[in-house]
Write a protein that binds this ligand. Sequence first.
Ligand code: FE
Length: 191
Amino acid sequence: MQLRTRALETILLEKGYIEPAAIDLLIETYEKKIGPRNGAQVVAKAWVDPKFRQWLFADGTAAVESLGFSGRSANHLVALENTPSVHNMVVCTLCSCYPWAVLGLPPLWYKSAPYRSRTVADPRGVLADFGVELPKDMEIRVWDSTAELRYLVVPMRPAGTEGWSEDNLADLVTRDSMIGTGLAKSPKDLK
Ligand code: FE
C-alpha cells in the first residue's frame, strides 16, 4: 500500500496535478490544528443550547459550520443522538470515511479490517473490547459512512454536570464517544 501510494504521488507530481507543499500543509493542519477538540465543542454546545441542538440534528453541516468548522469532510455531516434507549456507532465498511473537520484524523483502529467488519456483525462485542457495556435492552444503531455522508455521534450528557460551562463540558467529550465506541466521561473521571 505504501509503495502504491508513493507511486501514485510521483505520477501526480510529474503531471503537475498536486503541489507537494500544499499536501504537507493539509496533513499538518489535520494532524496539529484540527482534532477531536472541535467535535467536543460541538457536543458541549448541543448539551447546553437546545436551539443549537435542534439545528445540529436537522442540519449538521450548517450547525457545525456556524462554529467555524467546515471543509470537504464536513459536507453532509449528520449528527446522531444518543438517548437512554438508543446508542449510535459509526464505521466505514468500505474504507475509512470520517468527519475530519470535527474529529481530525481517524485513529488507526478505525481503518482496520476487524473494526470495519465486526462493528456491523457484532457491535456489542466491539463495544466490550472498548470496555463499554450497555444495558441489554438498549438499541445499538450502526451507521456506515461514505465519502459523501459522515456522522458525528452526540453522546449523552453525563449526570452531575448541571450548570457547567461549555468549556468544562467539552473536557468530558472524548473522541471515541463521538465515534460511538465510548461514552462521555463522568465528572469523577476528571479527578
Ligand atoms: Fe471510507
